[in-house]
Design a protein around this ligand. Sequence first.
Ligand code: HAM
Length: 427
Amino acid sequence: MPKYQRAPYTHDLYPGAQDWVEDSIRWNVVEDMFRDLCRQYAYGEIRTPVFEYTDLFTRSIGEGTDIVSKEMFSFQDQGKRNLTLRPEGTAPSLRAYLDSPLASEGGVTKIYYIASIFRQERGAKGRYRQHQQCGVEALGSDDPALDSEVIQLAMAFYKRLGLPNLILKINSVGSVDSRAGYLNALKAYVEPHLGQFSDIGKSRFENNPFRLLDTKDEREIAVLADAPKISEYLSTEERDHLEAVCGYLADAGIAYEIDPYLVRGFDYYTRTAFEIQSPDVGAQSAVGGGGRYNQLVEDLGGKPTPGIGFGIGIDRTMIALQSIGVELPIPPGPDAFIVTLGDAARKVGIKLLADLRSQGYSGDIDYTARSMKSQMRAAGKAGARYAVILGDNEIAQGVAQVKSLTEQGSSQQIVPLADLIGSIPKL
Ligand code: HAM
């Protein structure tokens, strides 16, 4: 057992890990795809610090939420400032937006991030204390077409990754005003059944009744099956907004389910809320989620600015991709692997490697002075396309043997060293 271990429910990434949730090569592919897609949709990257003042999160996510009440990694720094490792990406993005010239530029600001998120949750497969999210936030418009764009971006990402079987659930959670009427009705409905609710359910009833709907408890689910639906309490504009979003999604060929009981674990949502689920992760089926937050910028001290965004869990996405064996476009190994025998050949090989790299080829050499056989094995393991073999004979004749490692049964070719670089097709 290693002397030091990872903190619970965290994981390391390294190249070639068997478990895709730890394979940095596949993570790079996935993150690059997200960056490309964001460029295509005209979103620019935002990077914020890993920690923020704690009150940013209590104010935005909400005191009564699970995240704020029990999941934040909070600490005091040496100046007695109360700080918290970011438990989500939206509030920091908006804080940074307000702290930059972006907020006064007018029009719609579209930003994306790929960031580590920290929550002290009960660990499980797909539920970690540090996970990675790729997300977007679009600020400055209440147009339902923008809701649809944001959802389309998320769905396009999964399509590009090749992850099928997704379920997109959508709802409107109204506004603080329309929700007030609904929450009264929900509480009135639940109250006579409260004896059947767990301690968590009872506490939600008191502190954050909307969260009652987010239960996993079978008895509570049964009681709530006939609970009033928020759709009956929405204003006409809120209902029209949801209908318009759904219309745009249908035009874009995106299948969705309206789920009148969908709620999310943040108090900042208004109107559109959505979640993307995959049956291929296991119990933690939500691979992404998001929604509108038309009050949040103002709550954080900015001008009234509507906004919408999503966060996608990369860890869970990896689990789903592996469980159905999706082939990701993994970049090929090096163009050339230099295999040498003897000191003179090694010297020439090291110079040749530098020349190849400076000409734009990718290449590698073995630094452990192993036998030719094990160097060839290393070349194969690295996925190199060509082995360039140099021994004393070759050096004496000014040539190298070039062997393709990708074409089966291909023979070795003798190539003059002076022509070698041009003879290897560049990828
Ligand atoms: P969220 O639903 O809390 O939303 O997180 C987004 C996604 O992150 C989830 O759907 C899930 O895939 C992943 N995730 C969450 N917690 C964990 C965990 N403990 N372990 C592994 N993966 C996890 C947000 O954070 C919002 N800020 C999204 C948003 C952006 N809304 C508007 N803009």
